[in-house]
Write a protein that binds this ligand. Sequence first.
Ligand SMILES: [Zn+2]
Length: 217
Amino acid sequence: MPTVVRCWRCQDEHIPQVFCPACEALQPLPPDIDYFTVFGLARDPVLDEQALANTYYDLSRQLHPDLHQTGTAEEQEASLQNTAVLNRAYRTLRDPVQRGQYWLELNGEQLGKENNKVPPDLALLVFEVQEQLAAVREAQSAGTDDARAGLKSELTQVWDDLDDRMQGLQQKLAANFSKWRQADDASDLLSGLKRVLSEMAYLRTLTRDVEKALSIF
Ligand SMILES: [Zn+2]
């Protein structure tokens, strides 16, 4: 990532940002700009989501192509390009799970293939949920009304358990994020982050499966 860019209009050199701090001309953001810099934020996975949303709406308004229709070709192009970068950055940073995955990438890591394996801490839970879902499928074809009602309430309980588990993981993720600022050695934090993100990704899939099963009752 370039640390400074030069204004196309006044030649001022500055950290990449949407408007030149010297002449206020709209600037094209470098394509490899990191998403935190887009929002003028320090690289830190802990962020104020409300403040992020406010900045996003402000910048979206200021960048809107309609506002730059009469500008130079540079400005028109920059408004389009920057809007695309801004939207991508916002989608990624506003969701803690996507933010965590992006954070891994910034640190030269990714979830990769590990993500497809059942996380060890979830193995038992995954097994139980799959049993339950199999029982539901069976009851759909052959079960009595009583059996179906029982399964529905069991499945609802399963959904509640998954939801509790997800909330616990959200707290773990937030705790992991909060430690990066003072981390001397990031390797433990990295492996912890991968573990939490894998579990969350897996839980999301399981939750969707359970919701799909619940929707047919
Ligand atoms: Zn300038």
